[in-house]
Design a protein around this ligand. Structure first.
Ligand code: G3H
Ligand code: 13P
Ligand code: ZN
Length: 306
């Protein structure tokens, strides 16, 4: 049987939409994503970073993975930004459907070597593997790279896929990680994307750093005591991106902001409450709103579950 992650991406590629890939740094965020995909009839990718595995502990993550698999949801569970062979091995042992090996800050040769080794292991276990070529700023910051070096080189991308046999490829076309993506105006390099699509037409592409960081949410957060200054994201930059070969769109910061806003609102309005389930629920509702809007407006993945 085909791997669920591969299936989700291939269907998105064929039908012209993108699968939202949401990280869940808290249980409420996970619950919110699950409720939202049920309500919108959207597939999704549930992403766990190395630091999230450490935070929840591998044992709890293993339980979450098996409970999600039992529910037979249209989702796959994916390791986000694995940095070593050991990380990939751990995620596979925990039951993940897909893993990302991120060697984007290594030299081309070293990236190929590490990715190939991880791809061999993943394929042996029928697990999907994503890798990255080019580098994003933010969490991936590489102070030694110029802006030109950071973007994916389309010919290198083709060579990289041929040499490593990866199933999907994360590319750098102008987005960055986190809530402070751009100093001036951001720009998405659709020209680079087009060349990559031409050189590797059958490989589903992945867009990291896709949070919008909506100014209205940041302003509201700050009006309730937050200090999130100079935040800037992809608001207005990703319209239409779902029509391209980008089949997986990664978003984490937007859900973190939404969750924090819900909690700030709830504690502000009910200062006497100290039951985490009461303010957690308001955080969850706020995350649902954001997740729903990304599904409908950015990914166009609503009603794509048969
Ligand atoms: O791209 C990185 C993700 O947003 C994960 O971040 O390592 O803080 O969980 P994290
Ligand atoms: P954001 O920081 O834009 O939410 O991107 C998340 C991401 O790329 C996770 O891999
Ligand atoms: Zn990322």
């Amino acid at each position: 049987m085909k791997n669920i992650h591969t299936k989700l991406l291939k269907k998105a590629m064929k039908e012209g939409y993108a699968v939202p890939a949401f990280n869940f740094p808290s249980l409420e965020i996970l619950l919110a994503i699950i409720e939202t995909i049920k309500e919108t009839k959207s597939p999704a990718i549930l992403q766990v970073s190395e630091s999230a595995i450490k935070y929840f502990t591998p044992c709890i993550i293993k339980g979450i993975v098996s409970s999600i698999h039992e529910q037979k949801l249209p989702v796959s569970i994916h390791l986000d930004h694995g940095h070593s062979y050991e990380s990939i091995k751990l995620a596979i042992n925990l039951g993940f459907d897909s893993v990302m090996i991120d060697g984007s800050l290594l030299s081309f040769k070293e990236n190929v070597k590490l990715t190939k080794k991880c791809a061999n292991l993943a394929h042996k276990k029928r697990v999907h593997i994503e890798a990255e070529i080019g580098a994003l700023k933010g969490d991936d910051d590489n102070p030694n790279a110029s802006d030109v070096d950071r973007f994916t080189n389309p010919l290198e991308a083709k060579k990289f896929v041929e040499l490593t046999n990866v199933d999907s490829l994360a590319i750098a076309i102008g987005t960055n990680h986190g809530a402070y993506k751009f100093k001036g105006d951001g720009k998405i390099r659709k020209d680079i994307l087009k060349k990559i699509e031409k050189y590797i037409p059958n490989i589903p592409l992945v867009l990291h750093g896709a949070s919008l960081i909506e100014p209205e949410i940041v302003t509201e957060l700050n009006s309730l005591g937050g200090k999130i200054n100079n935040a800037k994201g992809n608001d207005g930059l990703l319209n239409g991106i779902y029509k391209t070969h980008i089949c997986k769109i990664n978003m984490d910061s937007d859900l973190r902001l939404a969750y924090t806003l819900g909690i700030r609102k709830s504690l502000h309005e009910n200062p006497e409450n100290f039951d985490p389930r009461v303010y957690g629920k308001i955080g969850l509702q706020q995350v649902k709103e954001t997740a729903k809007s990304r599904i409908i407006k950015i990914c166009h993945s609503n009603n794509k579950v048969n």
